[in-house]
Every structure is written in C-alpha cells, then in structure tokens.
Write a protein that binds this ligand. Structure first.
Ligand SMILES: [Zn+2]
Length: 482
C-alpha cells in the first residue's frame, strides 16, 4: 500500500422487495399512502405481540448470499439491538448479531487499475427497518419532527464489505454492481425512494477510521467519500490527528458533520430475540436456483451480439437497460446489434440523463425503427439524434411520440442522395461563397475542405453524409480546374 492510501469499506442496507413486512402481514407498499397506515401491533411493538418470520424475505436474502458467493450458515439467529430513538417504537431492533445469515463472499468490480477487482464481503445479515422521522424545517433547526411507522418492519439485508476499496470511484462501482445484481435477482427495486442506504468507513492508511452514516443516494456516496478524504488529508497535512468518530452526511450541503455521540457496541446490550427460534435453513439453500447475473450476461452480450467490453458493461449494468437492448435487436439480432449497442450506450443514455428521464420513456419497438433507418442509410447520424430528441421531448410534454419514419418525413430529414440537385447546388454555392477556402485548399491546406464540408452540411441541414460530401467536394473543385 502506498503512503496516504485511501481505505474504504461499505455497509449497505437494502430493502427486500417482499409484499409484506419481515415479522407481520402489513403491506410494504406504503410510499403513496398516508403516514402510519401500514402498521399493526407487531410492527408497532405493542406488549404481547409476537413476531412471525417472513419466509420469502429469507429466501430473497439467501438468493443474494448465493449470488455474492457467500456461505449461508446452517443456523443463524435473531438478536435484539436495544437503543432508544423516536423512529424505533419498540426501543429495540430485531437484527442478526453474532450468528448472521451468511458470511464471506465477494463482488467483482472494474477496479481503478483496470481489469476486474474482487471486493471481499464480511457478512450479510437480515434485520427490520426502523420507522422514519419527517423533520419540519431541517434536521438541525426544525421546530419539531413527525414520525411515520409505515417503514418499521420492512425487511432489510445489510451487506458488509471488507475495507477493499481504494477510491470513491471504486465505491461507486461497487454500489452499481451490487444494485444490478440485486435487480437481476428480482429481490430489490432501486427506483423506490430510500430502498438503499449506505454507511461508509473511510480512513487514510495509518490513521483512525471515520464512519459516515446514512448516505441515502448513489451519488451521495461518492460525494461524501470525496469530501471526507479531502478533510482527513488536510488534517494530516496540518499535523492534526484524525479522531475515530461517527459523522453524518448532509446531502444538501455536500459535507460531513461530527455526530455528537456514538454508542459503543456494548451499549446496545445485544441478546438473542426470545420470541424467535434460531433459523435453520438446511437443504432449502441448495434448492435456490439463480438467474443469469450481470457478469454472465455481459459475457453473453459480447459473444452473442459482438458487443465491445465497454458497451457490454454499460448495457448489462442495469437490468432494464439490458432487457431494452435485447428487445430492440430481437427482430434482427445480426443486423441491428452493432448499431443498437452504440446508439443505446452512447447516445440514448446521454439524452435521457440530460432530460432526467428513465428508460421507460422510450418504446423499444420505436427504437428498433430508428436503428433500422440508420442502418439503411435513410438518415445520417445527426438526423438520428434529432429524431431521438423529438421523441423524448414529445414524451416530456406527455404527448404520444410520433414514429421515427413520421418524424423523418415531417421534418424532411431523409438523407439527400449522392448526386441530387440539392446537394450539387449546395456544393457550388459553398465554393462560390468561400473563395478564400477554395484558395487555401488548392494551396494544400486540408482543413479548408473540412470547412467547406461544414458549409454544405449547414445548407443541407445535416442530411448529407460527411464522408460522401468530402469526396464530392474534392471532385467539384477538381472539375473547376486551377
Ligand atoms: Zn405490522
């Protein structure tokens, strides 16, 4: 390890996408309902209420454990973690402590030094989500907070990594890969607000580590880590010591702030949950069959569709995106794959991000038509982008998007043929209007031809093919003689 090296470990809490909560029958589909409408004596922790373990939640957790190469323990145990906080109605959380569901394992990511890198995992355990506080005003200065127990008892898994990541970028890659894997397993919905939360341990080699709690967005993790690394390095540069402490990430301000106090592990007074038997999974775990996972799908995309490694990585990095690609190329995989991969990975994603839109905005059938128009040479790349933008903008305005061919016809985007009058006229015009460029070209300046190509492109509004134009322009100039 180099001096000043950054060491990052993550604890990731993911909500499992079950229909009911971990220990009661309350529905997990609470987000659009009013506060405290999905509660019962069990998830409110009323005296005498007895928890019953949700079998589906354990099956989901075991799927994750298997996919992440963990060893599922034959017997695990639930414990009570005691602490007081207003979002925890029972004053204890049912979690797993010294006997978690699974141990070990790893996740492969694209490392900073290129190639695949293994991030080792420590453990995966199952626990219940606490409720949620809604601060009136902000957390520091608000006058009061409201509490909503709809979230209390939602099944969570906590995935704890070893401190194997060396930069905020690697942490982001880890989270993206983890999210993709969970989605492929159909146990997690990353679109649901708050479905993934992260605690990060960060240190500079040789110094104490700092824990940053409750980062609630994917982008937040990279931001929090970057801020924290700069803060720690600055302290060390000034000769100060980094204290071992817990800090909170203030997302809106992009900074971390010291938490006033930190419970020690023994303060939680863990003890085995008396209302639940130890969990013995036996041969159940062996019967769990995994679907195709991101790595396997990436390899398949390269073998079956001839995708480049980068395109295959991007396309399989999200379940929806991978499915979209396969739908788009389905009518003609051989003919459409190469263009579709480029247009989805390089163009579509950028246009969607720019508009803050999801992939749902685009109909795969419509995208197939667009790729076919490009493939046939009916439109140029430039016009292809224009068609795509029209479709997305129509979606943004909640209109029914036109078909690509309709847009091409309406906006007169079809590529001008090789020697039609329009293009010949545009070439002649461009040469006549730019005698200086003509002179430069004849004097041997190759750049002058590019300038003229640009002029003709403008006149034909991008419908002419640049390579073909280059040839025609050179030809037209040659015909004029010296
Ligand atoms: Zn309940």
């Amino acid at each position: 390890m180099a001096e000043g090296e950054v060491i990052v470990g993550l604890e990731v809490h993911c909500q499992l996408d079950t229909k009911s909560k971990l220990f009661c029958g309350c529905s997990t589909d609470y987000r659009s309902d009013g506060p405290n409408t999905h509660v019962c004596p069990i998830c409110l922790g009323l005296p005498g209420a007895m928890p019953v373990l949700n079998k589906r939640a354990i099956e989901y957790a075991m799927r994750v454990a298997k996919a992440l190469n963990c060893a599922v323990l034959h017997e695990s145990e639930f414990s009570r973690k005691n602490y007081f906080y207003p979002d925890l109605d029972k004053a204890y959380q049912i979690t797993q402590y010294d006997k978690p569901l699974a141990e070990g394992g790893y996740l492969e990511i694209e490392g900073d030094e290129g190639g695949e890198k293994r991030v080792r995992l420590t453990r995966i355990h199952v626990e219940e989500d606490p409720g949620r506080l809604v601060h009136m005003g902000n957390a520091e200065r608000g006058r009061y907070s409201l509490v909503d127990y709809n979230r209390a008892g939602i099944p969570l898994i906590e995935i704890v990594s070893e401190p194997d990541m060396r930069s905020p970028r690697e942490a982001r890659k880890f989270l993206n890969k983890l999210r993709a894997t969970l989605e492929y397993l159909s146990v997690f919905d990353s679109d649901k607000e708050g479905s993934l939360r992260v605690d990060a341990n960060i240190s500079i080699k040789g110094s104490e580590r700092v824990e940053v709690k409750n980062i609630t967005s994917y982008k937040g993790v990279e931001k929090a880590l970057t801020f924290e690394i700069t803060r720690q390095k600055n302290m060390l540069r000034r000769g100060q010591r980094v204290e071992r402490e817990t800090r909170h990430f203030l997302e809106a301000r992009g900074i971390t702030q010291s938490a006033r106090s930190k419970e020690q592990e023994h303060d939680y007074r863990y003890f085995p949950e008396p209302d639940l038997r130890p969990l013995r999974v036996g041969s159940w775990v062996d019967g769990i069959v995994l679907p195709e996972l991101p790595d396997a799908r990436r390899e398949r995309f390269m073998a079956q569709y001839g995708c480049s490694l980068n395109h295959a990585r991007t396309l399989t990095g999200e379940l929806k995106l991978a499915n979209f690609f396969e739908k788009v190329v389905a009518p003609d995989p051989k003919g459409l794959s190469a263009l579709a991969a480029t247009w989805i990975a390089d163009t579509l994603i950028g246009e969607l991000n720019y508009r803050d839109m999801g992939l749902d905005a685009v109909d795969p059938g419509s995208f197939t038509m667009l790729v076919r128009l490009l493939k046939a040479g009916t439109i140029t790349d430039k016009s292809g982008v224009e068609v795509l933008r029209v479709i997305l903008d129509q979606r943004l305005r909640h209109e029914t998007p036109e078909k690509p061919a309709e847009i091409v016809a309406r906006l007169n985007l079809a590529r001008t043929g090789g020697d039609t009058g329009a293009i010949t006229a545009a070439i002649e015009e461009a040469i006549n209007e730019n005698p200086k460029a003509l002179e430069d070209y004849r004097a041997g300046k190759a750049g002058a031809l590019n300038f003229l190509v640009g002029q003709v492109m403008k006149k034909t509004r991008g419908r002419a093919d640049p390579a073909e134009l280059n040839r025609q322009l050179a030809e037209a100039i040659r015909k004029r003689g010296a």
